[in-house]
Write a protein that binds this ligand. Structure first.
Ligand SMILES: Cc1cc2nc3c(=O)[nH]c(=O)nc-3n(C[C@H](O)[C@H](O)[C@H](O)COP(=O)(O)OP(=O)(O)OC[C@H]3O[C@@H](n4cnc5c(N)ncnc54)[C@H](O)[C@@H]3O)c2cc1C
Length: 462
């Protein structure tokens, strides 16, 4: 897709913005490096996306610090018919915030206030650009914490997580972000010549949850929180994969309170960085990483030992040095591996239950070209194992072969090598997402080409 806006149109838009608010911070073509940075995220995990996103760049970026500035930018883009892509911290690994048709990138990290915490319920209202670690820091004195976190919790924004993430640490207890109950409401700016500021309830917010910012600009979110727990980090070693897998399946069905469960096969564990004081993995040692409540500490080592696991290291979260376990799981595992070994990519999938036949069949076919990293999650109320396996890159055909085989074995794929919202999810158009776009972005200016259902409804938009 070619940039939709001419240089003259972008200049006119910038002038319009400056005239309306001289304090508005703009990044223009004169700062090409900065524009490039603000057009990028972590999609370079995927060689396919690297190729498809080559040259996709914003023509102007705006750093907003308040809701009124967001409205101003939305209105100006609508009047000038310039594409607009919203950006949080830019940590997405599906290329969610890469502007496919150029235009404006709107950075909302300046909207970062925790507006309100309801003491009785723990419900919060927080601005979309707030970084999750900063939100948790403000909740801690009240004994509360966010329910779900990506492993990028230290840098990612809450709006970017809802718009572009899926789940992560805490998914073992709370499922996925789109599960009813995890998002209670949104404040949204529409993209129209006179933008509206709307407050949506939980039901009306659902179509904007995981829509990659294609059907409304989130300025604030209402979210439930959970009780703060002083999680303990445990690293457990297993000599046999089958035993480690069995423990990973059995633990979520116990009454131990866990917030994270990650299983790394030995080849990955051997190259993972570990917290200070945690020994490197021995040859052939598979590792189970747990975030467990303090009251699980006494019985857990015995429970694990009975299943072939030996406690290797333990420390309270927040009190260890080096990388915390929170940054050795989910897509941080992929990050660490790729930092050491070139020529690898990854997949994201939900394994069938039981997972053993699927894993065994894939292992037979792919051997050392596919290395297993599993995460425990709750899927529609039931404990399941998700996987973010590492894959030696051998081209698109081999990737497709692997995905076809995984699907035929009962796995559900969340393909991280595709452009659109739908193709990275279940592959089907969500009519409610498209209807929300018609209501809140009627000219289709929010990252055109990203919502396949909209493009299909209006071929002129691509
Ligand atoms: C090492 C690593 C580990 C990761 N681990 C996880 C994980 O555990 N779980 C997980 O779900 N993801 C994970 N991710 C992906 C990503 O970090 C998270 O989803 C993160 O929450 C995205 O937040 P962000 O602020 O970086 O959003 P961005 O990348 O800036 O944006 C993400 C999407 O949301 C849209 N968006 C951002 N803000 C708004 C807004 N205010 N209104 C409307 N749309 C908006 C953007 O347009 C884009 O489509 C990981 C990525 C990396 C690189």
């Amino acid at each position: 897709m070619e940039p939709a806006a001419s240089d003259a149109l972008i200049d006119a838009l910038a002038q319009d913005l400056r005239r309306q608010d001289p304090a508005l911070q703009l990044v223009t073509a004169a700062e090409a490096g900065e524009l490039e940075r603000l057009s990028r995220d972590y999609h370079d995990y995927s060689p396919v996306l690297v190729q498809r996103f080559a040259g996709k760049r914003a023509q102007l970026a705006v750093l907003a610090t308040g809701v009124e500035q967001v409205r101003l930018v939305a209105g100006a883009c609508a009047r000038h018919a310039v594409p607009l892509t919203v950006r949080g911290a830019g940590t997405g690994n599906y290329g969610q915030c890469v502007p496919l048709a150029g235009g404006v990138v709107l950075d909302v990290t300046g909207l970062n206030r925790l507006r309100h915490l309801e003491p009785a319920s723990g419900v919060i209202e927080v601005e979309a650009g707030a970084v999750m670690a900063a939100i948790d820091q403000q909740l801690a004195p009240h004994g509360r914490a966010l329910r779900l976190l990506p492993s990028t919790w230290r840098s990612a924004t809450i709006g970017g997580f809802i718009a572009g993430g899926s789940g992560g640490i805490g998914s073992l207890r709370w499922g996925f972000l789109r599960d009813p109950g995890n998002l209670l409401g949104l404040e949204v700016v529409t993209v129209e010549p006179e933008p509206r500021l709307l407050r949506l309830d939980a039901a009306a917010s659902a179509p904007l949850n995981h829509a990659y910012g294609t059907n409304g600009i989130l300025t604030a979110l209402r979210l439930p929180t959970t009780e703060a727990v002083a999680w303990e980090q445990l690293v457990v070693g297993f000599a046999r994969w089958e035993q480690a897998l069995e423990a990973a399946r059995a633990l979520p069905a116990t009454a131990f309170l866990l917030n994270g469960l990650t299983l790394l096969e030995a080849a990955i564990a051997a190259r993972s960085p570990w917290p200070a004081g945690c020994p490197a993995a021995a040859d052939g040692e598979h590792r189970l990483l747990l975030l467990a409540a303090p009251d699980a500490l006494e019985p857990l080592p015995g429970w694990l030992a009975a299943r072939g696991g030996a406690l290797v290291w333990q420390a309270p979260q927040g009190a260890s040095r080096g990388l915390p376990l929170r940054e050795l799981c989910w897509n941080h595992t992929t990050l660490h591996w790729r930092a050491q070994v070139s020529g690898w990519t990854y997949l994201q999938l939900l394994l069938p239950d039981p997972p053993d036949p699927c894993l065994a069949a894939l292992r037979r076919r792919w051997g050392d070209d596919l290395l297993w990293h599993l995460e425990a999650v709750r899927q529609q109320g039931a404990p399941r194992l998700a996987a973010l396996p590492l894959l030696r890159w051998q081209g698109e055909e081999r990737l497709q072969e692997l995905m076809d085989q995984a699907r035929s074995l009962g796995a559900v794929l969340f393909n991280p090598h595709v452009l659109t919202v739908e193709d990275g999810g279940l592959g089907v158009v969500d009519a409610d997402q498209v209807a929300a776009k018609a209501a809140y972005d009627p000219a289709g200016l929010l990252n055109p080409g990203k919502l396949r259902g909209w493009a299909a409804a209006d071929p002129d938009t691509i």
